[in-house]
Design a protein around this ligand. Structure first.
Ligand code: ATP
Ligand code: MG
Length: 299
């Protein structure tokens, strides 16, 4: 941990520091993040379960939205975890990503505004999505149905700058739809022993999608999550991922933090639940890095 430093309120205590950090989240006017040069659509994918896909999706989205960037989360996981964390209605029968995929409702009809920010939108997942992997098999253009629903016109209408698509832990048709609809892939990697296992399979699926469905797709961002500074292993994994993927990996690493795991239980992102916590600040830093890349990079 960094040693305490003098805060703008003149104090030296950890509490004053935490208050200052919270103020950055809660009073973001002075810290606006840049809008991207062009709209960015990022699929958050890793077929390994529990690596922080949903947590990263909702907290990065909230970080951007709280700082003036209009952001849409598409919950493409039948578990509906992103919908829960953003506290949007996702009872069976609610217009959702399922109806969007089968062409029954438009993006605008399925989109809800999250209570957490007027800039934060969500297309929820209901339990109806659980059958979609099978239903999609017999449908026309089964790999591109999400892409067809996410037209530029529909996104322009809502004024969306960023779209994050939260994938289920599999490489099935839902994930293929997400990869076909996106410009970029964001891969969260947990700083643990088996973290890199299965990554090869994900990368070869991404290559297949590039070859057949979406040539412009690229792995633009890797986010290291659930870092536990007490273990040597976490540093080894971090180093290995950085050696392998270089600048694609965000500088910010998300620490393992109880606050991050508690937040969804309250229907909140960690930025709303405990804005002064280390977890909130690291997601905010990661969101700022994502935003800065969106201005710098020519796509
Ligand atoms: P799934 O594959 O099931 O969709 P996922 O990849 O979306 O999982 P999450 O649901 O985001 O992973 O995270 C898995 C679990 O780890 C959750 O209980 C979450 O609250 C917890 N978690 C995520 N990030 C952190 C963190 N930085 N610190 C502590 N707990 C975390
Ligand atoms: Mg998830």
């Amino acid at each position: 941990m960094n040693p305490p430093r003098e805060t703008s309120t003149g104090g030296w205590t950890p509490i004053a520091e935490e208050a200052e950090r919270a103020a950055k989240v809660l009073h973001p006017d002075a810290n606006f993040m840049p809008r991207p040069t062009r709209r960015r659509v990022l699929t958050v994918a890793n077929q390994k379960g529990g690596v922080g896909k949903t947590t990263s999706t909702v907290n990065l989205a909230a970080g951007l939205a709280l700082h003036g960037v209009k952001t849409l989360v598409i919950d493409l996981d039948p578990q509906g975890n992103a919908s829960t964390a953003l506290d949007v209605d996702h009872r069976s029968g609610t217009p959702s990503v399922y109806e969007m995929l089968i062409g029954e409702v438009s993006l605008a009809d399925a989109t809800q505004v999250s209570q957490q920010s007027p800039n934060l939108f969500c297309v929820p997942a209901t339990i109806d999505l659980a059958g979609a992997e099978i239903e999609l098999v017999s449908m026309a253009s089964r790999e591109s149905r999400l892409k067809e629903a996410l037209t530029s016109e529909a996104l322009d209408e809502l004024g969306i700058d960023y779209v994050f698509i939260d994938c289920p832990p599999s490489l099935g048709l839902l994930t293929v739809n997400a990869l076909s609809a996106a410009h970029e892939v964001l891969i969260p990697i947990q700083c643990e022993y088996y973290a890199l296992e299965g990554l090869g399979q994900l990368l070869s699926n991404i290559e297949l999608v590039q070859q057949h469905l979406n040539p412009a797709l690229k792995v633009s961002t890797i986010l290291l999550t659930m870092y536990d500074g007490r273990t040597k292993l976490a540093d080894q994994v971090t180093q290995e991922v950085r050696n392998h993927f270089g600048d694609v990996v965000l500088k910010t690493i998300i620490p393992r933090s109880v606050k991050v795991s508690e937040a969804p239980g309250y229907g909140q992102t960690v930025l709303a639940y405990d804005p002064g916590s280390r977890g909130a600040m690291s997601y905010l830093d990661a969101a700022r890095e994502v935003a800065e890349r969106g201005v710098r990079e020519q796509r």
